[in-house]
Design a binder for this molecule. Sequence first.
Ligand code: SAH
Length: 443
Amino acid sequence: MDELTIIKLINYLRLEAQKGADPKGLKVDIETLAENKYLQPTFPDDALLFELGDFMPDPDSKVVDYDEYEAALQKNVEGNVEKISLSDDRDTSYFESYKGNAIHREMIEDRVRTMGYRDFIEKNANLFVGKTVLDVGCGTGILSLFCARAGAKRVLAVDNSDIAKRARENVTRNGYQDRIEVIQGRVEDFHTQRLIGKDKVDIIISEWMGYGLLFEGMLDSVLRARDLYLKEDGLMVPSHCTLQIAPVSDKDWVAESNGEKFWKDVYGFDFSSMIPGSHLNEREIGVFDVSEKSISGDPCTFYELDLKRIQIKELDFIVPFSTKLHDNSTSLDAFAIWFDTFFLPDGKGKGATGIDVAAWGKEGESGLGFSTGPYSTATHWHQAVLMLTEEQRKVTIREGSTLTGNITYKKMRRDDRAIDVTIAWEAEGAQGPVSESIKRTMA
Ligand code: SAH
């Protein structure tokens, strides 16, 4: 069955159930499911369609009460509802990728990241003492352990990957089994909700950030968890993230980082097709450490995410940006995108954009946040690099001119974890105005 037919099937069965039809007497045939009226959801907030992710018309629709939903379902369906598997292949491989050792070691060894979280928790232990915390995607359990050590009364550590089994052992080995409860499951699933219970939590902590901030789409899950489990006056950790962009002009760096030097001469053969940014691979977003000296214009903050308030639909966006090119730059090779992470417990004040990250040390401001940009200590996120095409790299731009344009982040249609990033810009060229754009994908 294709996806639309599955949606129609769900809506058809619901409609029949509403009418009180006897399930045994129901006939499902192709003719019935060809009818477009069944594309209309029968339940306004249908949890099953919600779980099918892509198919929900509005991902922000009100969070359902799973207990009521399940009770209604139980009435009509024989057998065990919990056995129904709702995850797809993409999800399966996503969680598989988190079960191993190496990926967690890489994250823990990223000191900027891990100490960023630890310092915030330890310097603000008063926020954690006696509180309940939900750790969304606990991995090895490291953040849950920091919270418990700082005095949290109860920590719910949730992870859908098999790493949860190790987390449980890590918790017990360190003597925190009375305060940290490890739950293996998807944080938004009804089975997990039942284990977490009805009581809302004081704090949600999560390390959900992906390359280019939003790659992997984990933030969607964190925001659903926020809407399901966080108290009205609860705290999100981190509280804010900002996205930055800067132009890159450095032909040597490009040649080095995308392997141009290597691929152009492989035992005497030209293997240019392998070069990221070459015509075959030009759709990919690269992940590299860009050195400060390769940045050729003022960085521009183009988006701020207030994690307490932002809605899932706002994770697709189109926003303006502008940057003034440095005096000695006359062409563009790439754009670098990175993010800064903030821990602002009061949730008030000037927000994250008003904070001068440039004044932070290389590893961030202890307890306040960290940057993943080219001016700071490298992290495992590096920077997301969008290479220009060879033609675009040859265009001459006037020194010191201001580049203006817009940036689009958009989840791919059939894959919530992949993003398309489009940058369109205008500048003053040697032969009049220049107007260009690139679209790249991280999948
Ligand atoms: N908190 C850990 C691990 C962060 S990596 C640390 O800081 O080291 C993100 C983790 O979130 C992965 O282990 C992944 O399996 C988990 N995860 C992602 N989406 C999830 C979801 N919807 N439900 C449960 N776990 C999730």
